[in-house]
Design a protein around this ligand. Structure first.
Ligand code: GTP
Ligand code: MG
Length: 426
């Protein structure tokens, strides 16, 4: 069975914080002329994290601001002092948000429960200070790392909204007219039964809040057993919290119409029969309907339901009904059993761990492609001559030097790693 959703979407550009730089520094004290290295490490850059917050109802907020950047890590300091870690940037999203990489469409997370977290862009590692590079043969290393760059990710957020409020009623009662009156949805309205053949959803805005209303084909006696069109569509309103039962108050026997619909709902599932209802008496502009107002109010009172009197075609009373439905919806939400203590799951995007690198030719230069060597060069090669020598030693151990040689690189050739270009001097 098809389930219809309203889809809310947003594209965002998320940049994690860069790591802080490691420091080159040597211990100095009176009467201790040549102290050891004491340059501290840079702090980690802040992550950009999506966090589920049930108080957020849609992705509308992301339409006004699309770019977000987390804080960078602090630089390392003297006396082996560690730079501070950049603060994570937490962005709140509603439950049910799906996260896709814009580049590939790959789903990297489904954020469902309160407290679910997804690190979308990871902060860069802090660069190490020279204290880490002392060896037996090199006790005064002029080597440190720059902070790693934070990840830069474009993602698409998508939210599927299920209906909060369902419209039920006999054919021709005015359900579609009501949906048109309170939302921007434009379901067909006509003067014959079964005008609506497909479920139709609209977003109803009440002040800064909104909810989703579903219009379905009219129900008739025997619908639960397959008569008419309604049965198949009852599923669309099975998960709603509130029903608006639309009654043609100008029809011959409005009270019997109410019973018919109630019986069909209860026969479909007992839960649907017990679902919270507002009785919306429509077509109150017709004199016969107006004359019955008191007896209809009395009937609603007997059933323990709130009545609303509207003339949907003229939009009379419909804004009040929309607000009343919102209040009832809030009450229904409050009465719902609270979810058990949320388990804060952390969904992490796996880092690609394929072959480590490869070499490409590029207009007279060589390009080394691969996370590990690129990050190594970004972090190490530009700090000092000694750092560059250290980077080369490590590239040698990784096999990059040999691979470049095989590819034909000679001393002086430009070799590119990410945005950095080096003159090759193995
Ligand atoms: N007089 C009057 N007529 C109305 C009012 N609201 C709706 N109607 C008319 O009632 C007829 C049915 O309206 P719809 O909105 O199509 O009814 P529906 O419940 O969606 O009908 P189905 O889709 O067939 O189940 C149309 O001719 C409407 O113009 C109203 O407030 N007053
Ligand atoms: Mg209709």
């Amino acid at each position: 069975m098809r389930v219809v959703y309203v889809i809310d979407q947003a594209d965002v550009h998320l940049t994690a914080g860069d790591g802080g730089h490691g420091l080159i520094s040597f211990h100095r004290e009176k009467f201790v002329p040549r102290g050891g290295p004491d340059g501290g490490d840079g702090g980690r850059g802040g992550n950009v994290v999506l966090v589920v917050d049930p108080a957020v109802h849609g992705l509308g907020g992301f339409r006004y601001r699309r770019q977000y950047r987390a804080a960078r890590g602090g630089n390392g300091a003297k006396n082996k002092k560690h730079g501070s870690n950049g603060e994570d940037l937490e962005l709140r999203v509603p439950p049910g948000t799906t996260v896709r990489l814009a580049a590939t469409g790959e789903v990297i997370g489904d954020l469902v429960h309160e407290g679910d977290r997804l690190i979308v862009a990871r902060g860069g590692r802090g660069g190490r200070g020279n204290v880490h590079f002392a060896t037996a043969t090199q006790q005064a290393p002029y080597i440190s790392e720059t902070g790693q760059r934070g990840e830069d990710v474009r993602v698409e957020l998508e939210l599927k909204l299920l209906a909060d409020v369902g419209l039920v009623g006999l054919p021709n009662a005015g359900k579609s007219t009501l949906l048109r009156a309170v939302s921007r949805a434009t379901p067909k309205v006509a003067d014959y039964p079964f005008t609506t053949l497909e479920p139709y959803l609209g977003v109803v805005e009440v002040g800064y809040d909104s909810y989703v209303m579903a219009d379905i084909p009219g129900l008739i006696e025997g619908a639960h057993a397959g008569a008419g069109l309604g049965l198949e569509f009852l599923r669309h309103i099975e998960r709603t919290r509130l029903l608006i039962h639309v009654v043609d108050a100008a029809a011959e026997d409005p009270l019997r119409a109410i019973d018919v619909i109630d019986a069909e709902l209860a026969a479909y599932t007992p839960e649907l029969g017990r679902r919270r209802q507002i009785l919306a008496f429509n077509k109150m502009d017709v004199p016969e309907a107006a004359a019955r107002r008191d007896s209809l109010a009395e009937a609603a009172r007997r059933l323990g339901r709130t009545p609303a009197f509207i003339a949907a075609a003229a939009r009379q009373g419909t804004a009040d009904l929309a607000r009343l439905a919102f209040e009832e919806l809030e009450r229904a939400r409050e009465e719902e059993p609270q979810p058990e203590t949320p388990v804060a799951t952390q969904v992490l995007r796996p880092r690609p761990r394929g072959p480590q690198f490869h070499i490409e030719r590029e207009d007279g230069a060589f390009r080394v492609v691969g996370d590990r060597p690129v990050v190594l060069v970004e972090m190490l090669a530009l700090q000092s001559d000694d750092s560059r020598a250290e980077a080369m030693r490590r590239l040698g151990r990784m096999g990059v030097v040999a691979a470049l040689k095989r590819a034909g690189a000679r001393t002086g050739d430009p070799v590119r790693f990410g945005d950095i270009e080096l003159r090759w001097e193995p």
